[in-house]
Ligand binder design. Structure first.
Ligand code: GLA
Length: 397
């Protein structure tokens, strides 16, 4: 049977079965979370999904901590798997224009891969995503020294950032907005050199209209700095299938933060106009990458300037027809083209990840903001709430 016909049949049966079912907007508590239901439409129809949020074991850390794997599924062809280790997005299966479901994020099949050294595949990065120059910053005249884990600079929260923590399950289920999992992590005062006990949570919500929403929350008991992001590597043609140079990208940003050799912003926000940095109209990622030393690894200053949810980026992959739009309330996005992937990592399904095999669009505050008074502030005070959201919306054309 043709894929399109099959998909239509699946949708019709799904709608009929949903309307006949009990309402799906009630919270399914962790203990009540049911495994996916398989409804047989015709012998050849594989499975009809109900929106679901399930938990299973993903193994244990070397020090014996239990690690979970959560699966969020909607009825429209998206399945996201998230682990409590690093609150990592392990896989994201999204339908192409023919309804074929393929994993579009790089990573590992097993926990082991994530326990080893890897370039932040799918991870929640914190306490401060991206770089802090000379691995130090000042607050109220006091200098805070951080790990210099990227040359002389500090990168992605240090030697044991949020990507290596085991997050605690707070909530899992199907709610009004979709299938969701909420995890929390307390980063203690002094951890990796940062001041203040920071109570964080991250919530992944998969909606019926094919949006994966990641929301971040944090509160502190001492003045500190915070910048959280998700570090997924995408290939909309399917993970491990090749490079991403043929993807078309639109970035809603007229400027980017100019960096020095160590990728620390100089403080200048430069116009992209007439340069290979310009993605204000859709261009393939590969069209001018050769003119950018080392490839793209730059923070774009979003035209929205942050504060309200706005379109930051749109990516289209012509062979599959997959489209991903990213909306965020953050002021910047790090566009990184997997320049450091070099074939040394073997990921999911035995795929070897070569240079440019994935791209990242890390919504964030600008790198080195703690040392750049003119950049939007990343300071969090006791009594304030850090609350941000980024939405990845999928469609095909
Ligand atoms: C970010 C950085 C890159 C690199 C990757 C991880 O995107 O900007 O320079 O460190 O993370 O490899």
């Amino acid at each position: 049977m043709k894929a399109r016909v099959w998909i239509k049949l699946v949708l019709v049966v799904a709608v009929i079965s949903m309307s006949g079912c009990e309402k799906k907007d009630a919270t399914v508590k962790e203990s009540e979370a049911k495994p996916e239901t398989t409804l047989k439409a015709k012998p050849e129809a594989k499975e009809i999904r109900q929106m679901s949020a399930n938990k299973e074991s993903f193994g244990k850390t070397p020090d014996g901590k239990q690690v979970d794997l959560y699966t969020l599924t909607n009825t429209r062809g998206i399945r996201a798997r998230i682990t409590s280790f690093g609150a990592i997005l392990v896989s994201l299966e999204v339908a192409d224009r023919d309804g074929s479901l393929v994993d579009i994020t790089l990573g590992f099949d097993k926990l082991d891969g994530y326990l080893g050294v890897h370039p932040y595949f799918g991870a929640i990065v914190g306490r401060y995503a991206n770089r802090i120059g000379k691995a130090a910053f000042k607050l109220d005249g006091k200098v805070y020294k951080l790990a210099a884990n990227n040359g002389e600079n500090h990168l992605h929260g240090g030697t044991k950032g949020f990507d290596k923590a085991v997050w605690r399950l707070e909530d899992l289920g199907v709610k009004g907005a979709g299938a969701m999992v909420k995890m929390s992590y307390i980063s203690e005062d002094g951890e990796e050199g940062y001041p203040g006990n920071l109570a964080c949570s991250v919530t992944y919500t998969l909606t019926e209209d094919n949006k994966l929403e990641i929301s971040y929350d944090a509160e502190t008991d001492k003045k500190t700095v915070v910048n959280l992001t998700n570090h997924s590597y995408f290939n909309l043609a399917g993970q491990g299938t090749g490079d991403i140079l043929g993807h078309e990208l639109m970035l809603n940003a007229d400027k980017y933060t100019v960096v020095d050799k160590g990728l620390i912003p100089t403080g200048e926000n430069r116009s992209v106009k007439g340069t290979p940095m310009d993605f204000t109209t859709p261009m393939t990622i590969g069209s001018r990458i050769g003119q950018v030393e080392g490839g793209y690894d730059h923070n774009y200053v979003l035209n929205s300037r942050g504060g309200t949810l706005a379109l930051a980026a749109k990516v289209y992959e012509p062979t599959s027809g997959r489209v991903m739009e990213i909306y965020t309330d953050q002021p910047g996005v790090q566009f990184y083209t997997g320049n450091f992937l070099d074939g040394s990592v073997t990921g999911k399904a035995g795929k070897v990840y070569q240079k440019n095999y994935g791209f990242c669009l890390e919504t964030q505050h600008f790198p080195d903001s703690p040392n750049k008074p003119d950049f939007p502030s990343v300071v969090l005070l006791p009594g304030q709430r850090y609350a941000t959201v980024t939405v990845y919306k999928f469609s095909t054309k």
